[in-house]
Design a protein around this ligand. Structure first.
Ligand SMILES: [Zn+2]
Ligand SMILES: [Zn+2]
Length: 144
């Protein structure tokens, strides 16, 4: 947790962004959530701690973190984007279309494929997001 905060704040500072008090609060809330949070969800959490931090500040911080590749918006259905943490450069999800539950898993078989693709398109890959969608055990039980 502290390490993550270190990684994120170092990256900000390397790119010339100051770690203001507001940004620190936003980062801490984001990391404590473990990701999978919408911008508005994050605004709520942040406001509970520091009512003075504006919505635009939260949005702008999420934008900066996305540009730096530390987080990524993931769009599911028609809802608002969820932000996921990308500090490891990759992220794997099972997304339930029944209840919107998101299960993360660490197993990665894509590095080989990445090498292949990056050669073919002369493209330097920095990370990936994989989503498998379907129905979780609970939702299958309901619809059965
Ligand atoms: Zn489900
Ligand atoms: Zn992976």
């Amino acid at each position: 947790m502290d390490d993550q905060l270190g990684v994120f704040s170092n990256r900000l500072q390397q790119h010339g962004y100051r770690l203001t008090t507001a940004r620190r609060v936003i980062l801490e809330a984001l990391l404590a959530s473990g990701g999978h949070i919408t911008a508005d969800g994050l605004v709520e959490v942040v406001r509970q701690q520091s009512p003075g931090i504006g919505r635009m500040t939260v949005y702008r911080t999420l934008e900066i973190l996305s540009e730096l590749g530390l987080i990524r918006p993931v769009y599911q259905g028609t809802g608002a984007a969820h932000y996921i943490l990308m500090e490891n450069g990759h992220h794997h999800h099972l997304v339930c279309s029944g209840c919107d539950r998101v299960i993360e898993f660490d197993e990665c078989v894509l590095e080989e494929m990445g090498r292949l693709i990056s050669g073919r398109f002369d493209f330097q890959i920095q990370g990936h997001v994989v989503e498998f969608f379907g129905l979780c055990a609970d939702c299958r039980r309901v619809s059965a």
